[in-house]
Design a protein around this ligand. Structure first.
Ligand code: ATP
Ligand code: MG
Length: 294
């Protein structure tokens, strides 16, 4: 089967720091793939590159397109090049690059079917739960503003669909009774679920979860694992998961990719990874190993 996501030779440098070096991995459609590794290994940086928050220093990130055509979507090309003086004389390139400047890479990557959550929750605390989900979906309407002005009927239909979608995901995450509460007032575990609901409202094919179980108690973590499995089974959503809770990772993942110091040191099924000497060495002495991680 063709991978849904192919990351090849991905490198990311911040000044003199090499956060990622020649990272290669694939995510099969319908899989739960986990990206693990000690603190500072570069896991979140991989997410930031894949979801368009950072422009990778080099490498390719390729998403199979919806119709499974061979060429797929080049996620880095989607971000366009940085704005340059010469663009001023080329209206097409100028508009493309201005669009990127205005809306940013994450917006463009999200539109082709990749959504994420954040290691440190990023919600609009002053908006209600429902409003958070509606804002996320504005991304989806191509001509949202224009059709709003030109055809109020089309706009209303869009709005109704957005509310319906938001309600469905709130129900899925058991958050419907909280729809009108301010996001900032919600308990921590609820905020984590709201972040997932927000990502799902954008109808992704690939959902990237950055430490979704961080700060959850064992019961909440178990419930979260179940929800992730259901997302895959019922909604055919492919999951790329960063997680330090090794119990959860080994339970639900089909495939693991292990990063250390910005490089992939192992790939394979959970049972292979658990016995890989390089992985065990990478975790030795780290917090996760002390907590009985691997
Ligand atoms: N914007 C940035 N500027 C400079 N350095 C960065 C930036 N983002 C990440 N780094 C560096 O890249 C390395 C990898 O960081 P990253 O956040 O990707 O690790 P991680 O595997 O997600 O760790 P953790 O498990 O603690 O979340 C670190 O050394 C970090 O300091
Ligand atoms: Mg991280």
């Amino acid at each position: 089967m063709m991978p849904l996501l192919t990351v090849h030779g991905l490198s990311m440098r911040f000044g003199g720091v090499t956060a990622l070096h020649q990272v290669d991995f694939t995510v099969q459609p319908g899989s739960i793939t986990a990206l693990i590794g000690p603190n500072g290994a570069g896991k979140t940086t991989v997410f930031n590159c894949v979801t368009g928050f950072y422009r990778a220093s080099s490498g390719t990130i390729h998403l199979q397109d919806e119709y499974q055509q061979a060429e797929g979507i080049d996620l880095l090309a989607l971000l366009g090049e940085p704005l340059q003086w010469s663009d001023l004389w080329q209206p097409h390139r100028l508009s493309q690059r201005l669009y990127y400047k205005m809306f940013g890479g994450p917006h463009l990557v999200n539109r082709v079917g990749v959504a994420r959550t954040f290691q440190n929750i990023r919600l609009f605390n002053e908006l209600t739960v429902m409003e958070n989900l509606l804002v996320a979906q504005h991304n989806q309407v191509d001509s949202g503003l224009l059709s709003g002005l030109l055809s109020s009927r089309r706009f209303r239909a869009y709005e109704q669909a957005a509310v319906a979608r938001a309600s469905a995901w709130l129900r899925f995450f058991d958050l419907l009774p909280e729809a009108n509460r301010l996001a900032g007032e919600l308990p921590y575990g609820y905020q984590r679920r709201l972040e997932m609901a927000r990502a799902l409202c954008t109808q992704p094919r690939l959902l990237c979860l950055d430490e979704p179980a961080a700060g959850l108690n064992p019961n909440e973590t178990k419930a979260l694992s179940q929800l992730i499995l259901t997302l895959r089974e019922r909604f055919a959503i492919t999951i790329l998961l960063i997680e330090h809770d090794m119990g959860m990772v080994m339970d639900i993942s089909d495939h693991l990719v292990v990063l250390e110091h910005g490089e992939v040191i192992a790939r394979g099924k959970p049972e292979q990874i658990q016995q890989d000497p390089r992985v065990l060495a990478a975790y030795l002495g780290t917090q996760t190993a002390e907590k009985g991680g691997l």
